[in-house]
Design a protein around this ligand. Structure first.
Ligand code: ATP
Ligand code: MG
Length: 502
């Protein structure tokens, strides 16, 4: 990134917009670049102090440069080449006067080797400036930079020399954090354990989970269930099992590509979310849920995009990982048709997300679920976007037996006491979730009467339930018809195939 900024400055780009939440680190990098490019001076503007030369005390502030316009005017008046950093100009940038001042300033920079750098955690560029500005995301520290942080920490704490392997583990554990955050977690791990060795990696990782939690858009999900807790969907489960080791070095050497992602479509309550969550356990990867509702932030233009970008960056930084987007249809519902309703934000978010999916090279497996296919933008369904699109249908009789067994077993009941076949028969049209609910209802009924629940209680509960497939027959039928054409069935594929061939 330093190289890129250096090149832009050498090529006399007048306006660069750096999106970053790490001011100090970014400033330092710019100062180094300035040093490299013929000792240009660096000035920093803030709304609190006005313009101060980089590295100089605050009282040396240039007279009367606190207001954005006065500061820009001051910059225009300078004759020497220089780099002028404006920190957090974004709240002012939408004012017509500021925008105009900026445009005039940029125009006056031609041939002067002056460059303005806008630095802010959110990207906000008025249309008038879009053509003139280069927007760059200042990346989180890489392994080399984290290595410096670790070195510094080890030196300060006079820790004994660490092996390369330990060092690598300590470093990898902090990938995805800002420099400050990395410093903090190393310090905390050291304070807690009085040393920094491999055994402290866990402390660092749990700190990192805390930090990720705090950002609120990504969430670490820990799931106790295994894929065995999902009844039916045999083909889908096999597909997943086959790919258990696909993020290993061995798979790369073998020549396999990294799986990109899968989309699970299906009737509500048929285990889509459950499958997604248990896959992480099966594959031994961390599961990060991306909360699209929280990505959207109407408080400021550009904030939603920045949110998404940050979340995706964080996910990449802890890869290999599974990025779980539940209810993708809801997340991108506004994209088709009603794009104008939110000033096009959802369309832009959708665009950025697709681009990211297309271009990502880091091992982040996207696992998405949806049940309202008609609201899902067509782009998601195009071949090659996901490795596979599965359709999870209502369970058939045999699958319902499995589901009854799973849920009775979960509640530590002897399956032999029940006529599972009969239960499966009377629950025709029920989803997995509805079967589970029927068992729970039967249990409540019996518990209230202070006795153990029986076959009859479950049957009574089933009879008392109107399943979704009956109350929403049209939607369910439409979904099935649609999915049969376009998605791979989660089970029964082999059986159907055999019927065709033999
Ligand atoms: N095939 C199944 N096998 C076992 N349990 C199931 C199955 N399907 C659903 N369940 C039970 O129902 C619960 C809810 O299912 P889940 O949330 O995974 O459904 P979903 O398909 O994601 O539904 P929605 O479309 O409403 O989000 C599960 O946690 C599980 O206990
Ligand atoms: Mg779900």
């Amino acid at each position: 990134m330093q190289e890129e900024i250096y090149t832009l400055i050498q090529a006399q780009y007048p306006l660069i917009y750096l999106v970053t939440s790490e001011e100090e680190r970014t400033e330092k990098a710019i100062a180094q670049i300035a040093h490299k490019s013929q000792q240009r001076r660096v000035y920093v503007w803030t709304v609190t102090h006005g313009i101060v030369e980089y590295g100089q005390p605050r009282h040396t502030t240039q007279h009367n440069t606190v207001s954005p316009e006065a500061a820009i005017e001051w910059v225009v008046r300078q004759r020497e080449p220089g780099i002028f950093i404006f920190k957090d100009l974004h709240p002012f940038i939408d004012s017509p006067a500021t925008t105009r001042w900026l445009r005039d300033a940029i125009a006056s920079f031609k041939g002067t080797s002056k460059v303005m750098i806008l630095m802010s955690p959110v990207q906000q560029v008025p249309i008038e400036l879009e053509k003139e500005v280069v927007v760059l995301d200042y990346p989180l520290p890489d392994l080399a930079e984290l290595n410096q942080v670790l070195d510094h920490q080890l030196e300060q704490t006079k820790s004994r020399r660490t092996t390369t392997e330990t060092r690598e583990k300590l470093l990898k554990a902090t990938l995805g954090l800002t420099r400050d955050e990395a410093e903090k977690v190393y310090r905390k791990a050291y304070v807690t354990a009085k040393r920094l060795t491999e055994s402290e990696v866990d402390i660092i990782l749990s700190e990192k989970k805390q930090l990720i939690r705090r950002n609120g858009i990504l969430e670490f999900i820990e799931e106790d269930e295994t894929l065995e807790a999902v009844g039916g969907s045999e083909d889908l489960k096999n597909w997943l099992k086959q790919r258990s080791n696909s993020f290993t070095e061995r798979a790369r050497e073998y020549g396999l590509p990294q799986p990109k992602g899968m989309l699970i479509l299906g009737v509500p309550g048929c285990g889509k979310s459950l499958i997604a969550k248990t896959t992480a356990r099966l594959w031994g990867l961390p599961l990060l849920r991306l909360d699209m509702g929280r990505v959207y932030d109407g408080s400021m233009v550009g904030r939603s995009e920045a949110n998404l970008r940050n979340a995706l960056k964080t996910a990449e930084s802890i890869s290999p990982t599974i990025l779980f987007i539940d209810e993708l249809d809801k997340a991108f519902a506004g994209t088709s048709g009603s794009a104008d309703s939110d000033g096009g934000t959802s369309s832009r978010i959708f665009g950025s997300f697709l681009t990211w999916m297309q271009e990502k090279t880091s091992p982040v497996f996207v696992m998405a679920t949806a049940n309202r296919v008609e609201r899902l933008p067509g782009e998601f369904l195009r071949k090659g976007r996901f490795d596979e699109i599965f359709f999870v249908d209502l369970p058939n009789a045999e699958e319902r037996q499995q589901i009854f067994k799973i849920h009775l077993g979960k509640r530590r009941r002897d399956i032999a006491r029940f006529d599972i076949e009969q239960l499966a028969k009377v629950s025709d049209g029920f989803s997995g979730a509805e079967i589970e609910q029927a068992i729970i209802a039967a249990m409540y009924e019996a518990f209230a009467q202070d006795r153990e629940f029986t076959q009859l209680d479950i049957i009574a509960a089933i009879k008392a339930t109107l399943p979704l497939s009956k109350t929403m027959t049209e939607q369910v039928t439409a979904l099935r018809d649609w999915a049969r054409q376009r998605a791979r069935p989660a089970s029964g594929f082999v059986a159907e195939y055999q019927r065709l061939e033999f």
